[in-house]
Design a protein around this ligand. Structure first.
Ligand code: 6GU
Length: 238
């Protein structure tokens, strides 16, 4: 898969591309990651990419010309153009899966007060990463890139994301590694028992417990198995 980022601040992506799993995915050729400076598309003699809003008001607005020319120069038949904006759909793991199936994602990062509304005619979808306001779309583009790249085949093992939080509609169960006793905080016995069935049930129960406590909204919209209903009753009676 290919990801092209259109931004006015390409340097912010350097550390992201050069670190850990993302770096390896790029080196292995599993993802082609390209960062494009939209300022290089401006036809303004002072290199401007933004201007005052018609009608007045605070802040500057990204102009059509450099942004749309950058989109046109980057897109192909198979591209999906994603605008990063707090007015978009909120990112969810299910959307990250959907995005990971596309050939070419173009992540369009805004800054300042926002985009000229007409830019939306050149965009396929608008995404937000949550209900808060960032100074620009760049950090959101990194969040989306990270969530998508780790789902691309070969980047991490399938087992590592089949257990992820949200993949089964629940938050993930707790993990432990050595030592068994850290300052009196001990690893639950069942994890050392070697009894795989009991380990699975323990993990499911702890996932349910955590989800019920922190994200009860996730449980409301979820079909439950008989075992899950039984475990939730146990949790309620503890
Ligand atoms: Cl995608 N952009 C900005 N500027 N703020 C946000 C966001 C995006 N998602 C949440 N807040």
């Amino acid at each position: 898969m290919k990801i092209s980022v259109l931004t006015l601040f390409p340097e912010i992506f350097t550390g992201f591309q050069e670190t850990s799993i993302i770096k390896k995915a790029i080196l292995k050729g599993l993802v082609d990651y390209e960062v494009i400076d939209m300022r290089s598309f401006t036809e303004d003699k002072h290199n401007r990419v933004d201007d005052y809003p018609y009608g007045g008001g605070a802040g500057l607005v990204l102009m059509c010309q450099p942004v749309i020319d950058a989109i046109k120069a980057t897109r192909t038949e198979s591209s999906v153009v994603v605008m990063l904006t707090p007015q978009g759909r909120t990112l969810k793991q299910s959307i990250a899966y959907e995005l990971s199936t596309y050939d070419h994602l173009i992540l369009l990062c805004g800054h300042y007060e926002g985009f000229d509304e007409r830019i939306r005619h050149y965009v396929d979808m608008e995404m937000s990463i949550g209900d808060y306001v960032l100074t620009g779309g760049e950090t959101a583009a990194m969040v989306i890139s990270d969530a998508v790249i780790r789902l691309v085949d070969g980047v991490i093992t399938k087992e590592s994301h089949e257990d992820d939080s949200f993949s089964n509609g629940l938050l993930e169960y707790p993990h432990y590694t050595r030592p068994r006793d850290y300052e009196g905080l001990v690893v639950p016995d069942v994890l050392i028992s070697g009894h795989h069935e009991n380990v699975r049930t323990f993990r499911l129960k702890e996932s349910l417990r955590k989800t019920k406590r922190v994200r009860p909204d996730l449980l409301e919209s979820r079909e439950m198995t008989d075992l899950e209903i039984k475990l939730l009753h146990e949790i309620e009676n503890e």
